[in-house]
Design a protein. Structure first.
Length: 255
């Protein structure tokens, strides 16, 4: 069981996590915050030990052992321009990377758009949901799934999974990690509008695929080229011959 007191002692935020909701079991923390009208305070965090319908990008299933990992969602409520959503997305994986580096001195790499890797194995993923009013995004739900103390993984995966415990060599405090992530992410959220360049530079410094030949697989097609850059709005810039294309989604891998 998550020790809320241990988590709260280390939480150093103004709004993220100040309204904290723990529910033992849910279908999905993202769906809960998107659909529940009673939890609409900016910065609300909902965490569950088990999600029966946990999901990743493109509707993929996300399985997590109860009591071993961190599966939670955060609600951000204010008008966002659509390009800001990409920065929030990349910033979420950056916050996880910074937290793992700070607490456990492990080398973390980031994979566009939202995977967190240790030694080329996936330790965490991000899922964003949003609602719009007119040409603005009115609220964003940022879901995070982090493999913390799980020791084994069954099934077939696009990326071999790992956990912080497996890489660090010992069990770690989920509460300390959670507070560290929320602290770091609030700093990123505050800077997303006026300091996006710094966030994107920090993200790119952890991306090993920049400059490499890659393929990008989407539901409709597969594209090939060189991972040239991440632009100022968080889009992947794919170079193919003399042409450049901004990519908004897809699964990226080395060619």
């Amino acid at each position: 069981m998550l020790n809320i007191e241990e988590f709260d002692i280390k939480l150093d935020t103004d709004f993220i996590g100040r309204n904290f909701v723990f529910i033992e079991q849910l279908e999905s923390t993202n769906s809960f915050l998107m659909e529940n009208e009673f939890y609409q305070e900016n910065g609300t965090v909902v965490i569950s030990e088990y999600q029966s319908q946990g999901r990743g990008r493109r509707g993929r299933e996300w399985n997590s052992m109860p009591g071993q990992n961190l599966t939670f969602s955060m609600l951000l409520v204010r008008p966002y321009r659509p390009p800001e959503i990409n920065v929030l997305n990349l910033g979420a994986s950056l916050a996880i990377a910074q937290s793992i580096e700070n607490l456990y001195q492990l080398k973390v790499n980031l994979k566009w758009p939202n995977d967190v890797l240790i030694d080329n194995k996936k330790v965490a993923g991000i899922l964003l949901d949003s609602a719009s009013q007119g040409d603005r995004v009115s609220k964003v739900v940022v879901g995070m799934g982090i493999n913390v103390n799980q020791s084994g993984f069954e099934g077939e995966f696009l990326f071999q999974p790992t956990s912080i415990r497996r890489e660090f060599g010992q069990e770690v405090s989920r509460e300390r990690l959670l507070s560290e992530i929320l602290n770091n992410y609030e700093y990123i959220v505050k800077g997303s509008r006026y300091n996006a360049h710094k966030i994107l530079q920090d993200w790119k410094s952890r991306c090993k695929l920049l400059g490499e030949k890659i393929q990008i697989v989407s539901e409709k097609e597969t594209k090939y080229g060189i991972f040239d850059d991440i632009d100022e709005e968080g889009y992947l810039v794919l170079k193919s011959g003399e042409d450049y294309e901004r990519i908004s989604y897809g699964d990226v891998s080395l060619r």
